[in-house]
Design a protein around this ligand. Sequence first.
Ligand code: CA
Length: 228
Amino acid sequence: MNILLIEDEKKIASFVRNGLKAEGYGVDCAHSARDGVFMASECQYDLIVLDLKLGDGDGVEVCRTLRKMGRTGPIMMLTARDSVSERVLGLDSGADDYMTKPFSFEELLARIRAMHRRFQPAEANPSYQIDDLHVEMESRSVRRGGRNILLSGTEFRLLAFLLQNTHRVVSKSLILEKVWGYDFSPESNIIEVYIKYLREKIDKGQMRPLIHTIHGVGYRLCVAELSI
Ligand code: CA
């Protein structure tokens, strides 16, 4: 289980990180709101521990941004005081639970375990098969023709979105909305860049490319008729 800890106070951050690591969790630390959002958008974490007061912003905004980006995993908010309004604000912004500082590490552990259990999917996550591309959503395993393909977090989310819409044309604006949130301007060429990355990993050297550009509209994932 991989945890992202977003906490600007380095002493607290290293205390929590060391404790979690000793329990066998993988832990990445971000010391600012900006880094936290970036890391959460690049990597898939099983759980995020998010401090409410960050040097360059607040946890509520971070939480809203992550939810807008489609991050549905559990978020534990750390609040500095036992303030009802802060707790309500935290939960309203999309956090799933909160803890009040100072907290006991044992309690944090117990709450993390409980949250993780709550978020286990009720049934097995789906897998997709299109041509010889096979994708398991939960383990994030991607294979084409038996060859393992390693994707970054963003590449995987983009592929997952295309797979959910197999055979349909998806517009660039829909991809921006669903894969990136609204945070990038449509002028940005980020989609083209990531489509190129995906093609290099999935389609390059293949007889039957799966990712197709529909000019002026968007993209479609499908097995195309071979044009002879
Ligand atoms: Ca703080």
